[in-house]
Design a protein around this ligand. Sequence first.
Ligand SMILES: [Fe+2]
Ligand SMILES: [Fe+2]
Length: 470
Amino acid sequence: MTINYSERIPNNVDLANDRTLQRALEHWQPRFQDWWREMGPSDFAAADVYLRTATGVDAQGWATYGTVKMPDYRWGIFLAEPVPERTIGFGDNFGQPAWQQVPGELRSQFRRIIVTQGDTEPASVEQQHLLGHSCPSLYDLRNLFQVNVEEGRHLWAMVYLLHAYFGRDGREEAEELLTRHSGDVDKPRILGTFNEPISDWLSFFMFTYFTDRDGKFQLKSLAESGFDPLSRTCRFMLTEEAHHMFVGESGVMRIVQRGCEVMKELGTDDPQMIRAHGAIDLPTIQRYMNFWFTSSMDLFGSEVSSNAASSFANGVKGRPDEGQYQDHVCTEAIYELETPQGKESVSLRNAMNEVMRSSYIKDCEIGVKRWNMQIQRAGFDFRLALPSSRFRRSIGVWADVPSNPQGYSISPEEHEKRLPDWMPSETDRAFVRSVMQRVVEPGKMAGWIAPPDRGINNLAVDYEYVRLRE
Ligand SMILES: [Fe+2]
Ligand SMILES: [Fe+2]
């Protein structure tokens, strides 16, 4: 199904035939645009940006490239094609037809999940509000904007569900999604990680690698949902999300590569020397990784959770890639959990957050391996490593159990003493900020990052991805 672009809100949900819904969304649209102008990328409204826009949800249509000014981007409502006669793939309702409407008794559970997901999307745009000013290249600037407009579209995706399936409550929640703001003292975003400022590009790449990947796993589990419109919405969002992961993984890779080049050139791995040369040393990259990875760990919630159990039982939220498992009901199954008190056997349904966290960690390992291969090829012994999931936790059984990055319990005193070695210090942050000098000549890269292997959509790296009007 192609998307009708002559409508005010491009969509493939036949909005024209539901006038009430259409009017409600058209009422929300200018508020979204106001929000974008105020909270979106600052000062780039007049720039021509080479962006992809979905013009269909199939393989040919979903990535159409062209030059647009961001405020004119066509944010729309796109759901993946329905799977004929889809049934619920897990929990107590396993095998029953998927729901086309929200079952009344699950209404508040679904609403909470959709609002929480929806809240993260505009939050990340707000976190990156000022980042464009210090871009390392036009190629990277374009990628930032691509991620930003798509997070804006993901907000649309959740707002559509709220408007279409949750009546008045849903419309109120949709308004609230534009009034909470990242880092706001009075009305912050719902989840902690989304209130952390992203004021340098190393943080941006770490965020897109680690935090967007949390998003990927949340979307994967919602793509399994028994509520079919939610499942279809999330399935389409996942196609867009893949590029965000790529931006993160390749961004960190290019910083590592540049660091190694400088280490070779100078014949030393002394961080001070690397820094003096304008590149970012590997231990600093490790500390930033520690920060964003641990912050993302908490997003999965407590290891043992009756909420997670009921979401699974009720068919609200499945496991990412539910198809990989044999048992989709999990009433008898047991999960062996590591806790500070030792091994504990809990019902698998209660451990669903931990199941999800474990598959997320595995996925995170893939990029780290690739970054390390780069370091190894350059001839250095240093290796980056994900910290333990027990390290620096604020939620769950490991919360406030002082551990080192390897996951061993240590005394609170030692923890406090060593933490500055493990987390980015003010000096680290100041240094990283100091190298973030804006580079906007086509094909040129800032000194702290290597050029990408190739450009976007088969274009050259030195293509003018963003035409600035200054
Ligand atoms: Fe998103
Ligand atoms: Fe994303």
